[in-house]
Design a protein around this ligand. Structure first.
Ligand code: ISC
Length: 463
């Protein structure tokens, strides 16, 4: 393997994790396709893989296998559990300042108190893992790290075995020709509880008119059945082909794979600078430049959409005010134009206060009124009462944090849960006083489009 200029070995241990040893070793490798590395883990690491690429395509991470899993069981303290366990595991890194930090990747469910029956059988309320093999591509350089978290005092042989497997994975990813996957063949497309969804919008609008809440996001699901099982690599390939200007993420939990191409950043922290994105308020793209511009201007001056958006800006600004200084919030939103849809968009920035961390921001931001509503608790209880499904990880935070506390979480919308021969797609929208079921229903079709296209959502008899 060439070049291999960079190599370091670190050992992590602390009182809480005293029984564990956390070894890492990183090498720099020739650039390779992240998807090919993901694919290289198809046999040995299936069910334990992760994928992340930021919107700007400047940072890509692929994880294969689990060196350590963090699952939170306490519905009220899951963010704290993940934060303190990760800090415990990281606290005693004997660190030679490696270019690449060990990464913890995963996500949270949308609402652990939602008791509606769920298809998310393999996903606990919080599910994070330190990958055994971690590929990071940043600033045009690629690094592969091995992580070993073990209770054994003698782990030389285990580490040697990991080195062998690492070299095999790198070789396979570098020499294999990246497959051009065929679009999957969809045999059936089912709108789940469509009438109940329409009724729920009517009901929630009434509740909002009665002043029990100001905004509530209601969503629905669409199910696709495939002629044969669809692989996680194929699903990621299709999503990246169809939706290039989004965060691309994938998280395997045994036979289930949650993936998506979302435009929405929840929060990013780099060197204590925090950045969030308020994204709410939508209109389709126009077929011509003129129509597209006209629609964009309509969105910017639309009272209903601006009010939907403002709830998100106010909430995110408030959370940033509690955790950061030098908070900057533009006064008016801009347009974010992506392939199928235009959104109102406002970036919020700040400098983290001492003691505040990325996971504190994730805990306090989730769910923003772009996915929950306003006020937060009333909106969550209305979602529990009226939404026709359990969201699982849809609309929840998915992302990564490294051993230095840097990282990024996206809001897992424009996403789907793949269950071998079937997939559940999710989409929703903000309901305010003057929302109508028909317009909301139409908007969900626009939001389904990225995943529908990726998964070949047209029935075989549709053109
Ligand atoms: C709930 C979704 O989108 C949210 C994000 C952006 C715009 C939204 C809207 O205009 O309603 C939603 O709040 C979804 O895509 O499923």
């Amino acid at each position: 393997m060439n070049p291999q200029q960079y190599s370091s070995t670190n050992k992590i241990a602390d009182t809480r994790y005293l029984k564990y040893q956390f070894y890492t070793e990183t090498i720099e490798v020739s650039r390779m396709s992240a998807l090919a590395f993901f694919e290289a883990g198809e046999k040995q690491h299936k069910g334990k893989r992760m994928f992340w690429q930021n919107r700007e395509k400047t940072f890509t991470m692929v994880g294969l296998g689990h060196a350590h899993i963090l699952e939170a069981l306490n519905p009220h303290g899951r963010f704290e559990e993940v934060k303190s366990e990760w800090q415990s595991l990281c606290r005693q890194i004997v660190n030679e300042e490696p270019d690449v930090q060990p990464i913890l990747f995963g996500g949270f469910s949308f609402d652990p108190l939602n008791k509606t029956q769920s298809v998310w059988t393999n996903f606990p309320q919080a599910y994070f893992a330190v990958p055994a093999f971690q590929l990071v591509i940043k600033d045009d350089r690629a690094y592969v790290s091995i992580h070993l978290v073990t209770k054994k005092t003698e782990s030389f042989n285990d580490f040697e075995a990991l080195r062998k497997e690492r070299d095999r994975l790198i070789h396979a990813a570098q020499v294999s020709e990246l497959k051009k996957y065929e679009k999957p063949l969809v045999t059936k497309r089912t709108e789940i509880k469509k009438d109940d969804y329409l009724a729920s919008i009517r009901k929630v609008t009434e509740v909002i008119k009665a002043k029990q809440a100001e905004k509530v996001v209601i969503s629905r699901a669409l199910k696709l059945d495939f002629a044969k099982p669809l692989s996680a690599a194929s699903a990621l390939y299709q999503a990246s082909e169809e939706q290039p200007e989004s965060f691309l993420f994938g998280l395997e939990a045994g036979s289930q794979f949650f993936f998506g191409a979302t435009p929405e950043r929840l929060v990013k922290v780099k060197d204590r600078q925090a950045l969030s994105t308020c994204l709410a308020g939508s209109i389709p793209r126009g077929r011509t430049v003129e129509r597209d511009t006209q629609l964009g201007e309509e969105l910017l001056s639309d009272k209903k959409n601006r009010s939907e958006h403002q709830y998100v800006v106010s909430m995110i600004s408030k959370v940033f005010g509690a955790h950061s200084t030098h908070v900057s919030v533009p006064k008016t939103p801009k347009l974010m134009k992506i392939r199928d849809i235009q959104h109102l968009y406002t970036p919020v920035e700040g400098e983290l206060m001492p003691g505040s961390t990325l996971l504190d921001l994730v805990r306090d931001l989730h769910p923003t009124p772009a996915l929950g509503g306003e006020p937060k608790q009333e909106a969550l209880s209305l979602i529990r009462q009226y939404e026709t499904m359990n969201r699982g990880y849809y609309a929840a935070p998915v992302g990564w944090i490294d051993a230095k506390g840097n990282g990024e979480f996206a809001v897992a919308i424009r996403s789907a849960l793949l269950n071998e021969t079937e997939a559940y797609l999710y989409a929703g929208g903000g309901i305010v006083e003057d929302s109508t079921p028909e317009a909301e229903y139409d908007e969900t079709w626009v939001k389904f489009r990225p995943m529908l296209r990726a998964l070949g959502g047209q029935l075989s008899d549709e053109s």
